[in-house]
Design a protein around this ligand. Structure first.
Ligand code: SF4
Length: 288
């Protein structure tokens, strides 16, 4: 069906807004009617009504419902230090939602069935900790214990993370802990690309709402998702990155440390950098 460019753009904007609304993101715009969409196209009204949608963005992003799910391998190569070039990021151009709160985000998730992970979950594992934390840990996905309790990092790996936090002179309630996907993948497999792309907007909103000074990505999935890179975590682990104005440190996942205890020394080095950034003193009991 022939369409002029304005009609095509409007149609694509409408699809994009429906996609975000399906994800529970309802505050990017004031009106999903034709008049509201027209404002996004600059034909009338304040352009700020739809701050996140641009023609360039629409050309680079595909709704999850389309038959070509994004895969990490299909993404453009990321330029070191692993922040995606402008215009190709899922996150870089997305503006913060005004007056968003963790409660609103949780309400928007609801009893989510937006990706296939809902089929096997027991509880959605949203996140836990201080909503104003200066330090946020982002993991990969809930495991069996987390799925039972609805709380992130409560299994063996979680206990190790708690020890790491306490070694930094903090308590779990001082920090915020969450995952890239909120539902447990079957058999604890790695989340698939379509699951990550469907669920990660909630993570984005959580991080934008908490506004931590430092983000620590636990493992490759969290780091590669936020930094939108295919690079192996060992290539940039322990280096400071920037993500939406926050300092980001990628380190190994506690589950990896359970399998490879020798890597604990590397992680502790990374956490000491985080402590220095946050002005935390090494607890005396940990000096020996
Ligand atoms: S993983 Fe995220 S997107 Fe998928 S069903 Fe759970 S909450 Fe919804």
């Amino acid at each position: 069906m022939p369409e002029n460019s304005a009609e095509t753009l409007q149609k694509r904007i409408e699809e994009r807004l429906r996609y975000y609304e399906d994800l529970g993101i309802k505050l990017f715009y004031k009106n999903r009617s034709g008049s509201g969409l027209a404002r996004a196209n600059g034909t009338s009204g304040p352009a700020a009504s739809i701050p996140i949608v641009s023609e360039e963005e629409l050309s680079l992003r595909k709704p999850v419902s389309q038959p070509q799910p994004q895969s990490h391998s299909a993404k453009p190569p990321v330029v070191p230090p692993s922040i995606a070039p402008a215009g190709v990021s899922l996150f870089t151009d997305v503006q913060k939602i005004k007056d968003d709160t963790l409660l609103k985000i949780r309400e928007d998730i609801g009893e989510c069935i937006r990706c296939k992970l809902h089929k096997g979950r027991n509880k959605i594992v949203f996140g836990d900790g201080n909503p104003k934390a200066r330090l946020v840990f982002v993991g990969e996905a809930p495991g069996a214990d987390e799925d039972k309790q609805g709380i992130p990092f409560v299994g063996r790996a979680g206990k190790l993370l708690t020890q790491m936090i306490e070694a930094m002179g903090l308590e779990r309630q001082d920090v915020y802990i969450c995952n890239v996907v909120k539902c447990r993948p079957p058999d604890n497999r790695k989340p698939e690309d379509d699951e990550v792309s469907t669920c990660s907007p909630y993570l984005l909103r959580q991080l934008d709402t908490i506004e931590p000074k430092v983000l620590v990505c636990l493992g490759a999935v969290a780091a590669q998702t936020l930094l939108e890179t295919n690079r192996g975590i060992s290539q940039f682990r322990g280096e400071w990155m920037e993500w939406r104005g926050h300092k980001l440190m990628a380190t190994y996942h506690p589950a990896y440390l359970l399998r490879n205890p020798a890597a604990k020394a590397d992680v502790w080095k990374d956490l000491q950098k985080v402590m220095a950034e946050l002005g935390l003193q090494l607890p005396k009991k940990s000096k020996s």
